[in-house]
Design a protein around this ligand. Structure first.
Ligand code: TTP
Ligand code: MG
Length: 417
């Protein structure tokens, strides 16, 4: 098959700090520098439970990495320096870094506590060639924080993300436009952003070992092997990734709306739609580590009159139950004057990127944060049960993405029939 690149001419940078938590510990404690530092749960002389949050590059030589049981890390390197995470401190540094990035482009999308995408298309006259922009960003971060970052530059998010990881730590990697396929060709499959363990296993079994093997294959083969996901992966393997860098602004919202084929009078059915929409948005928010404070319900009636009803919550949330209850309350209080519903929508706005706003108490840090003292934020009456339900819902949404609508909440079953 012919090698062809579908790159758009964008300059996208991915910036990812090196061994972030561990580097901050080394910066704050000069005696830790040059030594294996492991940030995570207490190893308790090898009997500790919980996991490694991250390890300095010196510690990685012993085979220690993020998410490894702390007991295993201890067995590999009993003389390492083991420290508990200090989230507030890391967030402080993260904010500094994000604000430096903002000096290089107004389009910055933070995707975790220590990484972000920048769209620097058209800024060459201000900052120089792409590689020069990368160098300047690294220098500025080093100067202001004494920390090192790795930067990847390419014509898409996926290429930039792969590039930043190639020469860690303190790396700078540029893939010029048009060279995407050559750049990706010999790389191992795990580097493809979006290829999970199972997908990689499947691909390897069928003889695809490098990214280039997928790029050169017939798209139909990959799709028949992996389903819908195959299409995306095939495109990524050729450096095709049109996703824009999307900054998260407080004005922005996450939402979805549904227009019915026939106008509806059945309140119960409309409420079920609201629940479905909310499940989707809450999943999207949790996946991206975002929480929001304002819930907005949109209603269009049979005569096309359109209304919005909003409520600002006590504090930020990504809980399906809280968003759902708020939206449904707004719907029940809305006077339709007997008219049927043509469209219903829910959105959440006043968004914040939660990890840098306040440490996340879920997923990543769960094992590390027994006894963590939260901020002064008021609570929205979130219960442990909500957290469990949200987790279940996330699994469900993942499965829906993979297997279509074969699985769903019991409450929706009647509609399917
Ligand atoms: P990463 O950027 O994945 O890792 P890192 O910055 O430590 O190392 P690298 O040089 O490879 O980028 O994650 C950023 C921080 O997030 C990391 O320092 C600690 C935290 N983290 C966890 O707490 N648990 C995890 O499983 C991972 C992956 C990260
Ligand atoms: Mg990092």
């Amino acid at each position: 098959m012919e090698k062809r690149s579908y790159a758009l001419n964008r300059v996208i940078l991915h910036v990812d700090m090196d061994a972030f938590f561990a580097s901050i510990e080394q910066k704050d404690n000069p005696s830790y520098r040059g030594r294996p530092v492991i940030v995570g749960a207490d190893p308790k002389g090898g009997r500790g439970r919980g996991v490694v949050s991250t390890a300095s590059y010196e510690a990685r030589k012993y085979g220690i990495h993020s998410a490894m049981p702390i007991s295993q890390a201890y067995a590999l390197c009993p003389n390492g320096i083991y420290v508990r995470p200090r989230m507030e401190r890391y967030i402080e540094e993260s904010k500094k870094i994000m604000s430096i990035l903002g000096e290089f482009s107004p389009i910055v999308e933070q995707i975790s506590i220590d990484e972000a995408f920048l769209d620097c298309t058209g800024t060459e006259r201000l900052f120089g060639e792409p590689i020069e922009i990368g160098r300047k960003i690294k220098e500025k971060i080093k100067k202001k924080t004494s920390l090192t970052a790795s930067v990847g530059i390419g014509s898409s998010k996926s290429v930039a993300k792969i590039a930043s990881d190639l020469r860690k730590p303190n790396g700078l990697t540029y893939c010029p436009p048009g060279k995407e396929m050559d750049f990706l060709y010999n790389l191992e499959l795990y580097r493809l952003w979006g290829a999970g363990k199972k997908t990689i296993e499947k691909l390897k079994k069928s003889g695809y070992n490098r990214i280039g093997d997928i790029a050169m294959a017939d798209i139909k083969e990959i799709v028949s092997l992996l389903g819908k996901n195959g299409m995306l992966l095939w495109q990524l393997s050729r450096g095709i990734d049109p996703r824009p860098v999307e900054p998260l602004s407080p004005r922005k919202s996450i939402g979805r709306e549904v227009t019915y084929q026939r106008d509806l009078d059945d309140i119960e059915l409309v409420e079920k739609t609201i629940m479905r929409i909310v499940d989707f948005i809450a999943f999207e928010m949790r996946k991206r580590g975002i929480k929001g404070k304002k819930v907005i319900l949109k209603i269009r009636l049979e005569d096309f009159s359109t209304f919005t009803r909003g409520k600002t919550l006590n504090c930020y949330t990504d809980s399906s139950r809280i968003i759902r209850e708020t939206a449904i309350e707004k719907f029940r209080n809305f006077d339709r004057s007997g008219k049927k519903v043509r469209l219903i929508g829910v959105s959440v706005s006043e968004l914040v990127f939660w990890e840098t706003y306040q440490p996340r108490q879920g997923a990543l840090f769960e094992n590390l944060y027994e006894g963590f003292i939260g901020s002064n934020e008021k609570k929205n009456n979130e219960t442990p049960n909500d957290k469990l339900n949200d987790k279940l819902q996330d699994v469900l949404e993942e499965m829906k993405l993979r297997y279509g609508d074969a699985i769903d909440r019991a409450i929706f079953l009647n509609n399917k029939k």
